[in-house]
Design a protein around this ligand. Structure first.
Ligand code: AP5
Length: 228
């Protein structure tokens, strides 16, 4: 399969991280996740970490300039063949990404939009647990660890993410509707949006994403993919 440059878009808890991890491994793509990068900075207590911590705790977006700087640097480091997992999240970020890609003459091949209802998101995020040591993600209902609250991969104690408290989840959904949902239209108009029903079990979602990407690769090979 030809190397792909992709964006994974969707509300908080839609499964962007779960799917981006699987697809990046299967297709050999590099995954760029601003949420993880920012959480690491907070954990290390760097100047950037201190600046972004309050936004994240409140469930608000970090300012566009900061995120664009991080993504610009990451794209330069990893090159083509990437999944942007959780970026862009505002129209300003999407326009910033367009500029970065244009300046390098890199195409964006598709935006995978994982469509999930608010009720399902509240259920999922309330049950999510993460491993701070190795980054593994679990769900106490749909994909629990073998031993209660202990990571299967590295044995560390699992924790709830700080922004997965009910009040903060509601705030994140509100921010998503106001700031990020307009990107569905933005990318639909560019002919890049691939809508996937993200409410189904994870393996079925992965299957649909892979199928869509195979079709896309076929079109690219035949020269039928329009890059706006
Ligand atoms: P970020 O870490 O990106 O959080 P998010 O977008 O809110 O997404 P999540 O990580 O919560 O969910 P996900 O879609 O990856 O779902 P997951 O696979 O984990 O961002 C956090 C914060 O950082 C933001 O609030 C903001 O402050 C800042 N930030 C990040 N990017 C930014 C940007 N571009 N601009 C500005 N600020 C930014 O799955 C969720 C749960 O559901 C898990 O438990 C999983 O096991 C389970 N699950 C997954 N798929 C399924 C399925 N199909 N069925 C059942 N359960 C499932």
């Amino acid at each position: 399969m030809k190397t792909l440059n992709l964006v994974f878009l969707g509300p908080p808890g839609a499964g962007k991280g779960t799917q981006a991890e699987r697809i990046s491994k299967r297709l050999g793509l590099k995954r760029i996740t601003p949420g993880d990068i920012l959480r690491k900075e907070v954990g290390k207590g760097t100047r950037l970490g201190k600046e972004v911590e309050e936004y994240m705790k409140r469930g608000e977006l970090v300012p566009d300039e900061m995120v664009l700087e991080i993504i610009g640097a990451e794209l330069k480091r990893v090159g083509q063949g990437f999944i942007l997992d959780g970026f862009p999240r505002t129209v300003a970020q999407a326009k910033g990404l367009d500029k970065i890609l244009e300046s390098r003459r890199w195409p964006l091949h598709a935006v995978i939009f994982l469509d999930v209802s608010d009720d399902e998101i509240v259920r999922r995020l309330g049950a999510r647990r993460i491993c701070l040591r190795c980054g593994a993600v679990y769900n106490m209902i749909t994909s629990p660890p073998r031993n209660n609250e202990t990571c299967d991969r590295c044995g560390a104690h699992l924790v709830r993410r700080r922004d997965d408290e009910p009040e903060t989840i509601r705030k994140r959904l509100q921010v998503y509707t106001q700031e990020t949902a307009p990107l569905i239209d933005y990318y639909e108009k560019k002919g890049l949006l691939v809508r996937i029903d993200g409410a189904r079990p994870s393996d079925l979602v992965t299957y649909s994403v892979e199928k869509a990407l195979e079709e896309l690769s076929g079109k690219i090979r035949k020269g039928g993919h329009r890059n706006p």
